[in-house]
Design a protein around this ligand. Structure first.
Ligand code: HEM
Length: 145
């Protein structure tokens, strides 16, 4: 179960990134002139759902992954500090920002405002997610897929 979840969590990152980027680009391109339609809403919601599923997988992994260890000096070790604290805090924060953006877009009254709320909040979330991913070149034990 651990290996399967780890691969799912690793692979789903690409779906999450692609959907968030798609929602941002879509909102930016339509921000000044287009009407906000059901398909725009769907794109934002799909990105939100993918992010939430990724967070749920991450929470399960947190309890079973050997990368999460709280032994003596875990805060002094870059990898155990990353998986035990930094990754969790950054990704939860990103998910909260995207969730707030989605809610704000829903509540906004004009199309322009809905697009604006979407791209600003999703972009902040995307930047935090990029910074919180254990990319292979960071030497934290993460892979590309
Ligand atoms: C949008 C949110 C998230 C993204 C994009 C994400 C992405 C990733 C990626 C790419 C890896 C490396 C996987 C690999 O190369 O094998 C990873 C590992 C991990 N993530 Fe996340 N993550 C997210 C949220 C979370 C959350 C909220 C938690 C915990 C509550 C979490 C816990 C973990 C753990 C424990 C590992 C280490 C797995 C292992 O190698 O044993 N993740 N995450």
């Amino acid at each position: 179960m651990y290996a399967g979840l780890k691969h799912a969590h690793s692979g789903l990152r690409w779906v999450v990134l692609a959907l968030i980027i798609a929602a941002i680009v879509n909102a930016l391109m339509k921000a000044s002139s287009k009407e906000y339609t059901a398909s725009d809403k769907k794109l934002g919601t799909f990105a939100l759902i993918a992010t939430h599923i990724q967070v749920l997988l991450g929470i399960v992994l947190y309890f079973i992954s050997p990368m999460v260890t709280f032994g003596e000096g875990w805060m002094k070790n870059a990898a155990s500090r990353f998986y035990g604290m930094e990754h969790l805090v950054m990704m939860l924060l990103a998910a909260v920002v995207i969730t707030i953006g989605n809610a704000k877009a829903k509540r906004a009254t004009t199309s322009a405002d809905k697009f604006k709320k979407t791209w600003i909040f999703y972009l902040i979330g995307l930047i935090i997610i990029f910074a919180g991913i254990p990319w292979p070149f960071r030497g934290l034990g993460g892979g590309w897929f």
